[in-house]
Design a protein. Sequence first.
Length: 254
Amino acid sequence: MLQQTPVARVVPVLERWLERWPTPATLAAVPAGEAVREWGRLGYPRRALRLHAAAVAITDRHGGVVPDLLDELLSLPGVGDYTARAVAVFAFGHRHPVVDINVRRVLARAEKGAAEPGPASARRDLALMDSVLPADDAEARVTNAALMELGALVCTARSPRCEACPLANVCEWRLSGYPPYLGLRSPVQRRYEGSDRQVRGLILAELRSSDLALPRRDIESVWPDGIQVERALNGLLADGLLELRGEDIALPGS
């Protein structure tokens, strides 16, 4: 849920989710459409399908217990490198580098003297983080968490608080006089307003509000641009977030 979504938006949804489905097996026992419905307005709803699929895999392959080994976590649907490492480290205490945007920014400044981390590279980012991690599992776990918090609260993108930073005296960027960043930048995400993403969200909201399949005409009424609605609807069907029931449309399995 935290992938590309702020913590404040995730917490209330997570609390409802865990109250309804406290274990992977309880989530796996319901149709995937119920996961999409409970996902609400968190965005990127394919994550709900993948989380449901992961719960099914955990139930079928691992007896309902979340595995702790990195390779087993990576084999779960929807679990990428960052999520697998975060679970292995923070839930189970293993030593792995965990890199998010905040960690990348801290490392770019403190280790490389760059104002920004530039486009992500899993190979380079993980190798750099691994080079600063202590060998001890417990200390490595704390270091992973500490660098995340440092980037989120102190070494921020726009207003870094260098006077409060414990790395100030060894930060290459600070010691170099804060040179401006001149390298490549990650692409900027397109606006949400008026995008197909917004139309997809409106269609899903219409389906989540109903326990039944809806006529296609009800779906088409959510947005004035019929071509855009058709494109968004076809995308949702292709992604498995919706399914056809004759002439009607419903959440999967619901």
